[in-house]
Write a protein that binds this ligand. Structure first.
Ligand code: FAD
Ligand code: NAI
Length: 467
């Protein structure tokens, strides 16, 4: 029987990063993965393929609209969807192979099959051919991630009624796509298919898009998406879909009650969130407890109720984000090595990779109000930034929330081109407990979009220069 210091079940960004960090710290490590390739949801059916299609569809739209204005005449762009899908597949392949390389480099043993915790210190791996192998280990990390949340009575066939997974592999552009849920997936993948030619209607249960994001940002971003051609039906939910005809007929009811409406579409995408994935792991028998939402319960330091069994990533509480899973993977490996591993949940950036992007770190105005914290706001629009003006990408603004008493930055929210890259100076500042004054006094290169961040910091003290 093979014996390890650590066996990690699942090789998503949580699991594979945890395995690598543990190996760096001198542990003998194995990973167990049931899918044919490593990298989990993120690399196979999540972050990576969606970003490939976002990138490709943005270039497609740019070729038709923005390039001629710059004097770059390429003619009417033609969509080659199979080639675009190959571009996506190549991106996945490069990334999943990269993880396999890192496992080899760090001498991590990879077992192919479904992992089950057979007893304390024992993981059973069932291969595709049914063969079972048992691994003995001092510690186990559960990193089994999440799965698509489903709507009662609506069956996802991944062809006409799809989840994000089906939305990444459609073989033709739907004429009309109905998106259920105005969260991150709905807006990112809805944008992809809108740019490729679909008419996109988004039905959202709440009276706003992107719950959890700053309210002003969400409102302003909704207007930008509407200008791009996406239609929103807020405060509504789909309760049934009639699949009998050529067109899907979705019954849309107001969330507050009242007369229902019918929306026709040839594809419906269900993206109402994700649920933790713990199927077949043998958690109950192992003494691992779940919370009310089916997430593995931990003590705040990733330890479950069962000795020697830990959990990280989408399967535990917290935002379902790849970088959150990675940070937890590193923290738990360091804890197992006797170090002070830690994840700072107050500074986890969130990015919506639309065009423009939306990026945020720290608290929203709504959260500060609810907590009774007094704050100052500094805002700066991209219409006043030299670089975005010259690039003609002026949609959006930077908003900084700083403590009224101490000037400490508590939240930064950006809508804008490449906001996802710009947010990290705010994250570093906040990790160091920095103030708006610190940011305002930091020299920023000209001409860059990031100057808008500096200007927003100056605006906290009511002294922005270019506004
Ligand atoms: P996962 O990545 O879900 O990996 C879990 C792994 O465990 C899988 O490989 C699975 O096969 C394996 N597994 C499960 N059970 C077993 C078992 N019993 N035995 C063996 N193996 C098992 N996040 C971002 O931060 N940025 C983004 O841009 C982003 N885009 C996304 C786009 C989409 C369409 C989706 C669906 C998600 C996106 N996410 C994004 C979320 C991100 O993918 C997840 O937060 C992240 O993958 C979670 O990592 P994880 O390691 O916890 O689990
Ligand atoms: P989400 O939680 O972001 O959004 C789901 C939306 O659906 C919410 O607005 C919710 O109010 C709405 N909703 C729920 N039930 C509904 C109903 N019955 N009818 C209408 N609307 C309903 O979930 P999403 O978009 O599915 O994404 C899942 C996870 O994947 C998220 O937690 C996110 O963190 C992660 N992800 C992250 C990305 C990124 O970081 N760029 C990209 C894509 C996904």
């Amino acid at each position: 029987m093979a014996t390890y210091d650590l066996v990690v079940i699942g090789t998503g960004p949580g699991g594979y990063v945890c395995a690598i960090r543990a190996a760096q710290l001198g542990m003998k490590v194995a990973v167990v993965e049931k899918w044919p390739t490593f990298g989990g949801t993120c690399l196979n059916i999540g972050c990576i393929p969606s970003k490939a299609l976002l990138q490709a569809s943005e270039r497609f739209e740019e070729a038709g609209h923005a390039l001629p204005k710059m004097g770059v005449v390429v003619g009417k762009p033609k969509l080659d969807l199979p080639a675009m899908m190959k571009f996506k597949a190549d991106g996945i392949d490069g990334n999943t192979k990269g993880v396999a390389f890192l496992f080899k480099k760090n001498k991590i043993d990879a077992y192919s099959g479904t992992g089950r915790i057979a007893a304390a210190g024992k993981v059973e791996v069932k291969a595709a051919d049914g063969a079972i192998e048992t691994l003995e280990t001092r510690n186990i990390v559960i990193a089994t991630g999440s799965d698509v949340a489903r709507l009662k009575g609506i069956e996802i066939d991944e062809k006409r009624i799809i989840s994000s997974t089906g939305a990444l592999t459609l073989d033709k552009v739907p004429e009309k796509m109905l998106v259920i849920g105005a969260g991150v997936i709905g807006l990112e993948l809805g944008s992809v298919w809108r740019r490729l030619g679909s008419e996109v209607v988004v039905v959202e249960f709440l009276d706003r898009i992107l719950p959890g994001m700053d309210g002003e940002i969400a409102k302003s971003f909704q207007r930008i998406l509407e200008k791009q051609g996406i239609t929103f039906k807020l405060g509504a939910r789909v309760t049934a879909i009639d699949t009998s005809g050529n067109m899907l007929k979705s019954r849309v009811e107001p969330a507050a009650g009242g007369a229902a409406d019918t929306i026709d579409a040839d594809v419906v995408m269900v993206c109402i969130g994700r649920v933790p994935y713990t199927e077949g792991l043998g958690l109950k028998e192992a003494g691992v407890q779940l919370d009310q939402r089916g997430r593995v319960q931990t003590d705040g330091h990733f330890a479950t109720h069962a000795k020697g069994i830990y959990a990280i990533g989408d399967v535990i509480a917290g935002p379902m984000l790849a970088h959150k899973a990675e940070d937890e993977g590193i923290a738990v490996a360091e804890i197992l090595a006797g170090q002070a591993g830690h994840t700072n949940y107050d500074v986890i950036p969130g990015v919506v990779y639309t065009s423009p992007e939306v990026a945020a770190v720290g608290r929203t105005e709504e959260e500060l109000k609810a907590a009774g914290v007094t704050y100052n706001i500094g805002k700066f629009p991209f219409t006043a930034n030299a670089r975005t003006k010259v690039n003609q990408t002026t949609d959006g603004f930077v908003k900084i929330l700083a403590d009224a008493k101490t000037d400490r930055v508590l939240g930064v929210h950006i809508i804008g081109a490449e906001a996802g890259e710009m947010i990290h100076e705010a994250a570093v500042l906040m990790e160091f407990g920095g103030s708006a004054e610190d940011l305002a006094r930091t020299c920023h290169a000209h001409p860059t979009r990031s100057e808008a961040v500096k200007e927003a910091a100056l605006a906290v003290g009511k002294r922005a220069i270019h506004m």
